[in-house]
Design a protein around this ligand. Structure first.
Ligand SMILES: [Zn+2]
Length: 79
């Protein structure tokens, strides 16, 4: 995995929800493959806390979605 020195301010790390300028890795997004290209998302290296599912052959991390906060705010109006 290639490690970049800084974070592109146009995006946000899906794990912490910030664009802090820290060491960053690009991870391909499943379902976006086109030929040899794939879309990728920026993640802070120190936000990764991967688990290895040896039996099924997956390396993964569960991420609580912090990206869509803007749409969730409407739920408060029910009171
Ligand atoms: Zn992060």
């Amino acid at each position: 995995m290639r490690i970049f020195k800084g974070f592109n301010k146009n995006g946000k790390c899906p794990i912490c929800g910030t664009n802090e300028d820290k060491e960053t890795v690009l991870i391909g997004i499943i379902g976006t493959e086109e030929g040899n290209n794939i879309q990728a998302e920026q993640f802070h290296l120190d936000c990764l806390d991967l688990l290895y599912d040896k039996g099924r052959g997956f390396l993964y991390q569960k991420i609580d979605s912090k990206e869509d906060n803007s749409t969730n705010e409407e739920d408060k109006s029910s009171t």
